[in-house]
Design a protein around this ligand. Structure first.
Ligand SMILES: Nc1ncnc2c1ncn2[C@@H]1O[C@H](COP(=O)(O)OP(=O)(O)O)[C@@H](O)[C@H]1O
Ligand SMILES: [Mg+2]
Length: 357
């Protein structure tokens, strides 16, 4: 049995602990409590010793203390948990509590010892961090969508406005070409050169507009846009891309198709830029109420020693998926390539449906 009288040394040890500390017997009666404990309770030591939590704490708190005490007594194991309790002014505070069994020299459990630390500040900082992370995420999502809208607008204007102007210019040059005299020949040569400059500008313009935001995505949808994109990649690089869709007759909400398109674009850009792969496969599937993208390559894998860098591209892919309630997983084996799996849920407002006109 442990005695209720604590020695001066034990007393000093207990009181030196800035957190609440106590000893209880097998019946959960207080044998000793330190100064920090009494300060929080606001009652004298005599009013605590020999009592159970039910006699000094409000019922809902006492219930937790008795339950956890009994758990320690029964299991013989240390128990650690976080609890919340109002302070004297009624403001909730958080505590981290650790309870352990006390054994006699025969190994029988004769009571419990506990310590409880006020972690309210840490909790508040954690909550603040969670909140500010969520805000940052919202801001980044907002910037992302503003950027996408802006790109779409510029792309449309380039295509419609400047595109029309260049077409008109070309027609005017054609008209002129018909009418200039054959001599001097230099005049026609110059006109031909002007026409080919205009032709090249039209090609450049179309490329720039499509890079900003492919109109095919808005007009024909994700499947066509991804086909266009992969064709573009295979033309510009030595990479072979195997593309497969389990369904082609689907329309998606614009945020889903934008996210999917941008994720595929970044993944393929990374493969071309970093992987040294010869083959990439892209599978677009529908399962579990979600659009599933699987992009893999047979390249060198992601170098983990380098991956301490910012990785904004990968982060952006993950965020795009997250923004729509989805997820991204990545597996990479050095020398064997990389596999990225993205899940984008198709919600009730963005169901898997038949093609719109
Ligand atoms: N498919 C891949 N194969 C090999 N390495 C990759 C691949 N994708 C990404 N990486 C590595 O991960 C890093 C981070 O990628 P990312 O976040 O897109 O940034 P960035 O492309 O701007 O370098 C890349 O610099 C590269 O080292
Ligand atoms: Mg990248």
């Amino acid at each position: 049995m442990i005695s209720r009288d604590t020695q001066p040394q034990q007393r000093a040890l207990l009181d030196n602990i800035p957190d609440m500390a106590w000893l209880k017997d097998r019946d959960c009666r207080y044998l000793a409590v330190n100064t920090a404990y009494l300060e929080i309770l606001g009652i004298p030591e005599q009013a605590v010793l020999g009592k159970t939590p039910a006699e000094i704490w409000p019922p809902e708190i006492a219930e937790v203390y008795l339950r956890t005490d009994r758990r320690v007594l029964k299991s013989g194991r240390r128990w650690r948990y976080e609890e919340t309790r109002p302070d004297a002014a009624g403001h909730p505070r958080w505590y981290e509590t650790i309870k352990s069994p006390i054994r006699d020299d025969k190994g029988h459990i004769v009571g419990t010892v506990g310590i409880s630390r006020d972690i309210s500040e840490r909790k508040a900082a954690e909550n603040e961090l969670i909140k500010s992370r969520a805000q940052l995420r919202e801001l980044s999502n907002y910037l992302q969508s503003v950027r996408e809208e802006e790109r779409a607008r510029i792309s449309r204007e380039l295509h419609d406005e400047l595109g029309q102007t260049l077409t008109a210019l070309k027609m005017e040059l054609g008209w002129l070409r018909e009418r200039v005299p054959a001599e001097p020949a230099l005049l026609r040569t110059r006109l031909d050169r002007l026409t080919s400059i205009v032709d090249q500008s039209v090609i450049d313009l179309q490329r720039i507009a499509a890079d900003l935001r492919p109109m095919i995505l808005d007009e024909l949808g994700l499947v066509s846009a991804v086909q266009w994109l992969t064709q573009n990649f295979t033309e510009r690089s030595a990479l072979t891309i195997e593309l497969s869709f389990d369904r082609e007759d689907v329309t998606y909400a614009s945020d889903v198709s934008t996210a999917a398109f941008r994720i595929v674009q970044e993944a393929l850009t990374n493969i071309v830029r970093h992987s040294r792969a010869t083959l990439a496969t892209l599978a677009v599937r529908h399962a579990d109420g979600a659009l599933q993208l699987e992009i893999s390559d047979n390249g060198q894998g992601i170098d983990l020693t380098q991956s301490k860098r910012k990785q904004l591209g990968l982060l952006g892919m993950r965020e795009r998926a997250h923004m729509l309630g989805g997820s991204m997983e990545m597996e990479s084996v050095r020398g064997q390539g990389t596999r990225i799996h993205v899940r984008l849920p198709l919600t009730a407002d963005a169901p898997v449906g038949a093609t719109a006109p």
